[in-house]
Design a protein around this ligand. Structure first.
Ligand SMILES: *[C@@H]1O[C@H](CO)[C@@H](O)[C@H](O)[C@H]1NC(C)=O
Ligand SMILES: *[C@@H]1O[C@H](CO)[C@@H](O)[C@H](O)[C@H]1NC(C)=O
Length: 478
């Protein structure tokens, strides 16, 4: 068929073109005229042969409650060709901060005066807490909130690890570098102010509070799907949210502000790739680990280098080590891979990669020792932990920290390991794997795929999570 068409065309040009020479000439002249017409009448930047005034939009009836999407406002930021510079060779845990994707998103957002998101009820370990905070901020931007309150962290009970609620709130710097968080938002998303507490909001006495808000509730019309249809809720979130605000008579202004707080637990439900790889890869870097905790991690890696037989020079990490996260603490759920599955998997990784030394993170001391013995027995793999590596003042600095803060030292040391291996169910391990995955393509990295990449391997199958409502791998920002 295609060949036939080609023959016909060839035939046309061979035999007939002379006959149509005047028509062809007229066509060429008209084209030149039209092209010049556009150049003469319009600036090159909005050179659009189909301007809206000439071709009015089709009159497709819109659903009554759906407003036109917010028009992009502000500057369009042109992506520079930079990518994050995170690597495994030095003692820098963060690489370069890339703020333009956030700046671009905030520049495209239609902002709503006096709407403040309260992102405070964040609980669990680092993997969960990062996602609680980031999910809240991402929704805040989507809703056009002109303010957020400074995120806080729920302190976990030291005696009952599953109790993550009753011990009280800690400031953001309990885990994170607060100054970096503040300055990044102030620089790249100045439209959204940070209030230290609710009382710092202008006209705080007149605040109308929305509590227990759940974004997916705006999508109760599941359109023929079963209950899980609400998961397709993001595309029209803004229109539905604006409508909800109007229906509930909560238009906000700085004279009469509105605060909004999510129902617990709103997290792992924003598919990160929706915002494009650049934003997905850089948004999470708002939350960097507290600098004092980073210092303890540096000390730990220096000692670890000695353990692996190298005298460290303090600038480069040269001795290879396998990073292992054994997740069998008492709050582990019963359908997660158990000690045997995990330890077999980790030892297999050490074997495949010919590793002689391993750094182990585990909140379960008994199982930690069991793993060390098993790994040495099976493979001659030498295993160590932070408590064994640090001495004197450094050890005291570590033990002065809470259980979750101590885990941040592990988080950092593991993130710099030659190869990392952990449990597929742990958001802690996932987060390390997903962050290291950025080294595959910088800010253009494509999503993580189980069970891993050249830098990390997760062990055990992630089959389901509470009936399909948490999408951890899809919704975790590195
Ligand atoms: C945080 O969430 C938990 C779980 O729903 C809830 O019990 C607790 O009251 C919340 N804390 C605050 C301060 O709202
Ligand atoms: C350690 O793990 C074992 C299972 O492997 C579990 O029975 C025990 O409760 C855990 N201990 C702690 C302190 O988490």
């Amino acid at each position: 068929m295609v060949q036939k068409q080609n023959e016909m065309l060839n035939g046309f040009w061979r035999i007939k073109w002379w006959r149509y020479r005047y028509a062809i000439l007229a066509g060429i002249l008209l084209n030149i005229f039209l092209i010049n017409h556009f150049f003469l009448d319009q600036s090159i930047s909005d050179l659009n042969p189909f301007p809206a005034t000439q071709y009015p939009p089709p009159t497709v009836p819109r659903p009554k409650d759906a407003d036109a999407p917010p028009a992009p406002s502000g500057v369009i930021v042109t992506p520079p060709k930079s990518s994050a510079t995170y690597n495994l060779n030095d003692y820098n845990f963060n690489g370069q901060y890339v703020g333009w994707p956030l700046e671009r998103l905030c520049g495209e957002t239609k902002w709503q005066e006096g709407l403040v998101f309260v992102c405070d009820n964040n609980s669990g370990g680092i993997g969960n807490i990062r996602n609680f905070i980031l999910t809240c901020i991402r929704y805040a931007i989507e809703a056009g909130a002109t303010g957020i309150t400074m995120p806080q962290i729920q302190r976990r009970s030291e005696t009952d690890l599953a109790n993550i609620f009753t011990t009280g709130f800690k400031p953001l710097n309990y885990f994170f570098d607060e100054e970096h968080f503040r300055s990044s938002i102030e620089t790249y998303c100045p439209q959204m102010k940070i209030f230290n507490t609710k009382t710092d909001i202008p006209n705080a006495g007149k605040i109308q509070e929305i509590t227990e808000f759940y974004p997916k509730d705006l999508n109760v019309d599941t359109d023929g799907c079963d209950g899980r249809g609400v998961n397709r809720h993001l595309d029209q979130f803004r229109q539905k949210f604006d409508q909800w605000i109007r229906d509930n008579k909560r238009p906000s202004s700085w004279e009469e502000p509105t605060t909004l707080r999510f129902r617990w637990a709103t997290f792992f439900e924003w598919p990160i790739i929706r915002d494009g790889p650049e934003f997905a890869a850089t948004f999470g870097d708002l939350l960097r680990i507290n600098k004092d905790i980073e210092k303890i991690a540096v000390k730990t890696i220096l000692e670890l280098q000695k353990f692996a037989g190298v005298q460290p020079d303090g600038t480069l990490i040269t001795a290879p080590y396998l990073g292992v996260h054994l997740r069998t603490e008492s709050d582990a759920l019963n359908f997660w891979p158990d000690f045997d599955t995990q330890s077999d998997g980790y030892i297999r990784e050490a074997d495949t990669r010919n590793m002689k030394h391993a750094y182990l993170a585990s909140g379960n001391a008994t199982d930690g020792h069991r793993f060390g013995a098993k790994a040495f027995d099976k493979l001659g793999l030498k295993v160590t932990q932070k408590m064994d590596l640090l001495k004197g003042e450094d050890l005291k600095a570590l033990t002065d920290l809470s259980w979750d803060q101590q885990a941040l030292v592990d988080y950092l040391v593991l993130s710099k390991s030659t190869h990392f291996t952990g449990c597929s169910f742990s958001s802690f391990a996932m987060n390390i794997g997903i962050k290291r995955h950025l080294m595959t393509g910088g800010i253009n990295s494509r999503p993580w795929r189980s069970p891993g990449d050249v830098f990390s391997t997760l062990v055990g199958r992630f089959d389901s999570w509470y009936g399909d409502w948490m999408f951890m791998y899809e919704c975790m920002w590195p």
